[in-house]
Design a binder for this molecule. Sequence first.
Ligand code: EPU
Length: 427
Amino acid sequence: MEKFVIRGGKALSGDVVIGGAKNAAVAILPATILAADKCLIENLPCISDVMASLQILSELGASIRMISKNTYEIDTTHIDCTEVSNELSRQMRASYYFLGALLGRFGAGQVAMPGGCNLGPRPIDQHLKAFTALGAEDSVEYGMIRVRSNHLTGGHVFFDTVSVGATMNAMLAAVKAEGQTILENVAREPHIVDLANCLNMMGADIHGAGTDVIKIRGVKELHGCNYSIIPDQIEAGSYMVAAAITKGDVMLHNVIPKHMEPITAKLRAAGCQVEEFDDSMRITRTGALKPLKIKTMPHPGFPTDMQPLMTVLLCLAEGTSIVTEGIWENRFRYVDELIRMGASIQVDGQVAVIEGVKQLMPAPLRALDLRAGAAMVMAALAADGVSEIDETVHIERGYENIVEKLQGLGADIRRVDTPVNAVTRAM
Ligand code: EPU
């Protein structure tokens, strides 16, 4: 077990290279199953969710060759198993993408039924609705969800709610289904477009990704490809907040400024200066932070995964901010940690009202989930003194080398081993 020890109060400056997008990678890796061939996937972030996906592929029968830390060759030709074990599928929430990919290639797939999570209920009814529209049946047995079909055919799906996961799973299942599939009211996140681009490079026929209607004409076979994953919008946004909260000056490399627009717009409104270049961005802050109203929404709205990070920033704004969570039922649990640092926040259901304070005080903190954990890092970077963050395993699930990257920007942060009983006592 590890914790982060952070001495805050230093302005961050310098350059940071953003890694590949976690939420694209966890769908593109299962997608390689559909190729039944060799795929070279580049710009994979070196994080535990990616390692878990590679392990699942390997257990299903794929050959995996590491070319470099961020590039893997995956040969899915000889996959002969359609069941992801309970133990492996529970290592990561996004293991449900293996259902769509296995169903698309073999007409059958099985993973552990995802339960609720720290963010609230996590149903997959919309994923199953899409599979049913393509002619598949599903059943749940001993905690495992199984889908099967003797013959997948194109279908018309109007999603009841905009879901990133259901959109991508439907695409995975439909690319080889016979005939045309039309998916309406789909998610439009950059990672949806990335998955469509990757599948199209494998020979799929997908149009409309990035709009709210996706049309897929089923093809008989797909083939291998070389594909480089897009940069991670949320990792980039997190380093923007790190610069903003410490009154820093940071240049981000390997970013797509267009993908950052919902975040950039809010940071500018909060008083930060953001310059955009081809594949880099510079963020600085010199003046006071201004309060904001933010509501999280599906893309191109403000992303829910940035909500905890922006809330921390707004704790130090001059005035009252209102942050409304529009996606998840339970994404303000971390607020109690901030209150212990001197923040003034009132949460009523999905709405947080934040009265800006002059400073945050250091405190012992917990990373309750991935983005809440990243938000704690931001708070600790701003607080004048030493804070310790426990349960950092959640943070490392989604941020490649976060400690090293922050050190590169001048932050005083280090990883320290925690004896297991010390953590248990703290809880
Ligand atoms: N929903 C349903 N039924 C479904 C699917 C979703 O009601 O069948 C609801 C959810 O309960 C939620 C909303 O629809 O209220 C949106 O859920 P979505 O399916 O879009 O979320 P997801 O695909 O499970 C991905 C990211 C999350 C991110 C959300 C929203 C991955 C692996 N996860 O989850 O990322 O918050 O989209 O953008 O792609 C994170 O990276 O920290 C993270 C939690």
